[in-house]
Design a protein around this ligand. Structure first.
Ligand code: IMP
Ligand code: MG
Length: 200
């Protein structure tokens, strides 16, 4: 059980809370302009994007509808979780036909999750589907994702904070950081963890 102060688990900070706030405010101005009069749906995929959705939705000056989805992946026989088939565990609460949707994401890695989600929402009849992502591991993309509101491009390092977890911890950190190597589980436990196939 990790009991020490959260800061003592961190190796180095990648994006400060001030820079996150500045990005969110700048994006909120654009979103408020672009979606004025459209009553958009702001949609987050649980759990990682909950904090970014909360921050962006409070920074915009227009009315928005807040929705969440939970998505599972089944990586059996695949080399990564993201290559698995994606499946909805908890659907959003409304009919999206004719609606303008802004997906708010924590991070893009391979891009499989968002690639699938954008197509899925369009098939269900959304009028438009755009993306804001807080972080983007641009060197890791395996499929093309069109991001209208880009956040911070980061290197291929595992990060936590501002909603992002490692083993369900560190989501409450108010910046983006890389953990000290001692915090990671040994590789055999890590495998068990990934086999659960949860999106987060
Ligand atoms: P993608 O389908 O490969 O783009 O998966 C993106 C998802 O993987 C994110 O929404 C996160 O849940 C998870 N993820 C990817 N990189 C990280 C990371 O560095 N820290 C925490 N979660 C991550
Ligand atoms: Mg996510």
């Amino acid at each position: 059980m990790r009991i020490a102060d959260i800061q003592s688990h961190i190796d180095h900070e990648l994006v400060s809370k001030e820079r996150i706030e500045e990005l969110i405010n700048r994006t909120a101005e654009q979103v408020s302009r672009d979606y004025r009069g459209k009553n958009p749906i702001m949609l987050a995929v649980l759990k990682g994007a909950f904090n970014t959705l909360a921050a962006l939705s409070q920074a915009v000056t227009i009315p928005v509808q807040i929705e969440f989805m939970s998505i599972s992946s089944y990586p059996a026989g695949k080399t990564s979780v993201s290559e698995g088939d994606l499946d909805i565990r908890m659907d959003l609460d409304c009919d999206v036909r004719g609606r303008h949707i802004l997906i708010v994401e924590d991070i893009i890695d391979s891009g499989y999750t968002l690639h699938w989600l954008v197509e899925h929402l369009k098939e269900r009849g959304a009028a438009s589907v755009e993306i804001f992502t807080l972080l983007d591991k641009t060197s890791r993309h395996e499929v093309e994702v069109d991001v209208k509101y880009p956040g911070f491009a980061i290197p291929d390092e595992f990060v936590v904070g501002f909603g992002l977890d490692y083993d369900e911890q560190y989501r409450n950190l108010d910046s983006i950081a890389v953990l000290r190597s001692e915090e990671y589980m040994d590789p055999t436990q890590e495998q068990d963890h990934q086999d659960q196939g949860e999106q987060s």
